[in-house]
Design a protein around this ligand. Sequence first.
Ligand SMILES: Cc1ncc(COP(=O)(O)O)c(C=O)c1O
Length: 394
Amino acid sequence: MLTSLKKQPADRIIGLSALYNADPRQEKIDLGVGVYKDAHGNTPIMRSIKKAESHLWKTESTKTYTSMTGDSGFHNAMADLVLADSVDRDRLSFCATPGGTGAIHHVLELVKLTESNPKIWFSDPTWGNHLTIAKHLKMVVGKYSYFNNETRAVDFEAMVSDLSKISNGDIVVLHGCCHNPTGANLNNEQWNIIADLLLEKDAIPFIDIAYQGFGEGIEEDAFGTRLLASKFPEMFIAASCSKNFGIYRERCGIVITVSKNPDISSITQGNLSYVNRQNFSFPPDHGARLVTMVLTDPDLRADWVSELEQVRVGMLDARTHLAEALRKECNSNRFDFLEHHRGMFSRLGATEEQVNKLRDKFGIYMVFDSRLNIAGVTLDKVNTIAKAVIEVGI
Ligand SMILES: Cc1ncc(COP(=O)(O)O)c(C=O)c1O
């Protein structure tokens, strides 16, 4: 039977990591992988998480199952973090999932259960997994304009124009903050315009928020999500704890849905539970428990907030240094967009040929669409990167 399987296309980002690992050059620089790295190139465990883990080890008395959709303490802590008081709690339903990826998959499965077959609209470009998960689930996918490759900013006019053409009941996926792969984000005024447009179109927003705290700050990064939650009768949210709590391998994420009223939210809760039961039964709990402890213990939370702020400011510094080095190198301000982008990524706007040249000639690895991980731009490498970028003609 297995002989009838076709070879799956390789994941290009994972393939890139393999290429990087196999590269014997000492001076190689990894700007490809989507993981936060500190100045020493490490992805450390946060202090607050370590403390929570140590406390959990001493106090946890059972490893029996949680509830089918995860622990209610985790649901509430995440609702506070992502939504604050933007929407009544009795309109929310929750499901803990293996990572943000699990949450995205879960939302789309829930949508399938509604049998309404909406078109799912993604930004062009978007995180590659969005499209492949939706296609894997045999859903109808559309793309709306988002990024202007010349200005390296959001092409807001084109975005509005495309979203004006969608049908009622369609689902529009928006990155809550720190757009992956471009780094270009909506400002608050633009969020308001998109909210009004989607309301007018009777569309349903689906927010993927995977980098809360990496952009402008923990509260600021939730602006769009909270705005939509305060206005829409229905909405989906997939939140990831991988990056902002640094617990990538624990696989911790959550689905939060907003329903029209508490009765519907209770039915939605049952359906979220059903989807979990059919897929993997109970969700992983360790990461969720750590996140709950960090968010609800005032000391741990204060420590986490300061650690996350350090990560955020470190990435802003890297942006400033790289833009400055490029300004010197090319005698122009055409790379200043790096300072305007937010989050872990920026799209340089280079051709694949230029990206390959950076890799082959200089050992600088970035994703084929010229997405670079700004956390990999450490102070000791910034001039090397700037020189190479100009030398390959970007
Ligand atoms: C836009 C976006 N959404 C969701 C995720 C999900 O991450 P995870 O499944 O590791 O929590 C990522 C991770 O790279 C992402 O970039």
